[in-house]
Design a binder for this molecule. Structure first.
Ligand SMILES: Nc1ncnc2c1ncn2[C@@H]1O[C@H](COP(=O)(O)OP(=O)(O)OP(=O)(O)O)[C@@H](O)[C@H]1O
Ligand SMILES: [Mg+2]
Length: 435
């Protein structure tokens, strides 16, 4: 994913080619609508290009302000909350939608020779600011996906810094229940302040709408701008608690509705909405983490297509190994090569006395044929031990959510060793991502 779309009028072909060539030299992928007869801004090709864009360059000129096509494309970009990079290419005065949407962002290429270079620098900054997205996934249940999502990435935020967003993509919404009691979690979804608002237009976008969670028989495919971070993302670090930003987009059962949907086009549209929303929130965070469901569904595909890396917790046993094998197969069969995330496998709940043989064999490559890929190379060197500290505990309604994180607990009873291991896993992942 992600290119920069260029909206232009046919009269501005010279400017278009110059902008395109400069962006190409800066290694920023672009897309613009061909001029062939019959191509319209509502054509599937243009809509697909807008779905996957991270921003839009608008060539502003007398011709483009008169162009119906450019106006429609500009409105589409505004509706989707794309970052706009308007470039003035003649002396025409801004009017209408162009004035209201673009005046304060305009780069003037008529009077300023360095304008194009500045626009490219701004576009590149927006592109590179994309924070990494990690999906915690295994097609086997109960292997520690939710535990890793909370505890490893809670440790990451605390020990390594950066603004972190956890997204509960599992309809069981256990990650949300790690931090909030059921009443609070359900109150978030009753207001659509929850994961469904990443897929469909909801009451967060228009107060008088019925919630998409209440209608299981239809899916809203129309695009929408991202809701404010403050209304969508729940802070886990309360005032007077630990410093920094660790937020959660809370989960809900109703996203199971997509598993029953019959219309592949509708699913493609909500999948594109999801990717666009994640892309939007990337500019507010330095790390985004998905906790995911154990079975292969539409949600699995959404997570895989948006993720840069998949972290696969596995128990040292053959059932977990099968889950890893299936996951690798799903990634190869259903995700385009260009969008395919890297895999890191993390042994979880390792009991040193019982399972050391399995772990040692896996590290020596003995299970690579069964895994269907080089599991030994994908294995992280750190492993999480089986420990009562990592066993889930119901949140105390009187305690702030961050107190569920081991990294913020005391040091007695072996906690220090667990904290060091959690931080070690986080550090290893960070190094892998930055390599
Ligand atoms: N290292 C560990 N030591 C002890 N208990 C653990 C450990 N890791 C996970 N658990 C416990 O195992 C159970 C399953 O873990 P968890 O819910 O994280 O798995 P999951 O993969 O998210 O499950 P699901 O597939 O249902 O989403 C929980 O009770 C959790 O507290
Ligand atoms: Mg889980």
């Amino acid at each position: 994913m992600s290119h920069l779309l260029i909206a232009y009028a046919p009269n501005d072909l010279d400017a278009l080619l110059k902008v395109h060539e400069t962006l190409r030299q800066a290694s920023i992928a672009t897309w613009y609508m061909p001029q062939a007869n019959g191509v319209s801004p509502t054509s599937p090709a243009n809509l697909a290009a807008i779905h996957d864009a991270f921003g839009m360059v608008v060539l502003v000129s007398a011709a483009s302000m008169k162009s119906k096509t450019v106006k429609i494309q500009l409105q589409q970009a505004i509706d989707r909350g794309l970052t706009l990079f308007p470039l003035r290419v003649d002396h025409a005065r801004l009017s209408g939608l162009f004035r209201s949407a673009l005046a304060d962002k305009l780069t003037d290429a008529v009077h300023d020779d360095g304008a194009l270079e500045r626009l490219v620098a701004a576009a590149r900054q927006r592109f590179e600011k994309r924070c990494p997205v990690i999906a915690v996934m295994n097609l086997k249940g109960g292997v520690g996906k939710t535990t890793v999502s909370a505890q490893v990435f809670g440790a990451w935020q605390s020990a390594l810094g950066g603004r972190t967003l956890l997204v509960d993509l599992d309809p069981q919404y256990n990650l949300t229940q790690t931090f909030f009691n059921m009443n609070t979690a359900d109150a978030f979804s009753a207001q659509d302040r929850s994961v469904i608002s990443l897929f469909e237009r909801s009451r967060l976008h228009a107060k008088d709408l019925e919630s998409p969670a209440e209608d299981w028989t239809s899916i809203r495919v129309d695009p929408f701008p991202a809701a404010d971070r403050e209304s969508m993302c729940h802070g886990l670090l309360t005032p007077n608690g630990p410093a920094g930003r660790l937020d959660l987009i809370s989960g809900q059962f109703e996203i199971s509705k997509y598993a029953f949907a019959q219309n592949p086009l509708a699913l493609a549209a909500v999948g594109a909405n999801f990717r666009r929303m994640i892309d939007h929130y990337r500019s507010h965070y330095d790390l985004i983490v998905f906790d995911t469901n154990p079975n292969a569904t539409f949600l699995t595909r959404c997570a895989l297509e948006a993720a840069d890396r998949v972290v696969v917790p596995m128990h040292p046993d053959v059932y977990s190994l099968r889950g890893v094998r299936l996951l690798n197969q799903v990634i190869h069969d259903h995700v385009d090569a260009a969008a395919r995330p890297d895999i890191s496998v993390l042994f979880n709940a390792v009991s040193r006395s019982e399972q050391s043989d399995f772990e040692a064999d896996a590290r020596n490559g003995a299970f690579d044929p069964q895994a269907g890929f080089s599991l030994s190379r994908a294995l992280m060197s750190h492993a999480l031990p089986r420990s009562a500290h990592l066993n889930v505990k119901n949140p105390d309604p009187d305690s702030p959510p961050w107190q569920q994180l081991l990294i913020h607990r005391g040091r007695g009873g072996g906690l220090r060793a667990i904290r060091d291991t959690l931080t070690g896993v986080a550090q290893e992942l960070k190094t892998l991502i930055e390599a």
